[in-house]
Write a new protein. Structure first.
Length: 193
């Protein structure tokens, strides 16, 4: 009988599943989705491949679980960082600060890799849905500014944020990138045209 390393069997399984998801996220962040195999994830988590099958029956199932887990955590953290009671401008700033702050963490790097991976259609659809949830606070804040075509403006702001994330991940100093990004967004949003 395998050794249980938690007070209950349910907690033991929960911890192992979390360890596998964390290992999968690190593999995706560092080596891309193609590096994600059940044996590689098992090795990274310190489990035999046969143990991984108790939690995930295939690599696509594991990828789907990573998508769900990583986005759920990130979206919860984003909701906590962006206070819905703040002014629209303060919420936009908080959104930008949050996204840039997490730009280099493994979860964000994994999400970025997943966005460029050849995923099954159902996983790609779920990824798009989770992205919409992630962008919703920004869209709501931009729309409250009564800017013409808030959908386009939000897309443009997201483009600026994406370029800023890329600059941070390539080694540009976070404070400098954050300051310049906020200046550029403020200028664009202040024009209201």
């Amino acid at each position: 009988m395998p050794k249980i390393d938690a007070p209950t069997v349910a907690e033991h399984h929960s911890r192992r599943r979390a360890a596998l998801l964390s290992a999968a996220e690190e593999l995706i962040a560092d080596h891309g989705v193609p590096a994600l195999t059940l044996s590689a994830v098992g090795a990274a988590a310190g489990l035999a491949r046969s143990s991984v099958y108790q939690y995930f029956d295939s690599s696509p199932a594991l990828v789907a679980a990573v998508v769900e887990d990583a986005f759920t955590r990130t979206n919860q953290e984003l909701r906590a960082a962006v206070d819905p009671n703040d002014s629209p401008g303060a919420r936009i700033d908080a959104y930008v600060r949050f996204v840039l702050q997490v730009a280099t963490d493994p979860t964000n790097r994994a999400i970025h890799q997943l966005g460029h991976a050849d995923l099954p259609p159902s996983c790609r659809a779920r990824l798009a849905e989770l992205h919409r949830v992630q962008y919703a606070p920004l869209y709501a804040a931009v729309a409250e500014l009564r800017i013409r075509d808030p959908t386009l403006m939000t897309a443009l702001v997201l483009g600026i944020i994406g370029a800023a994330v890329q600059a941070v991940t390539q080694g540009s100093p976070l404070p400098h990138v954050r300051r310049r990004t906020l200046q550029l967004i403020h200028t664009g949003l202040d024009s209201r045209t």
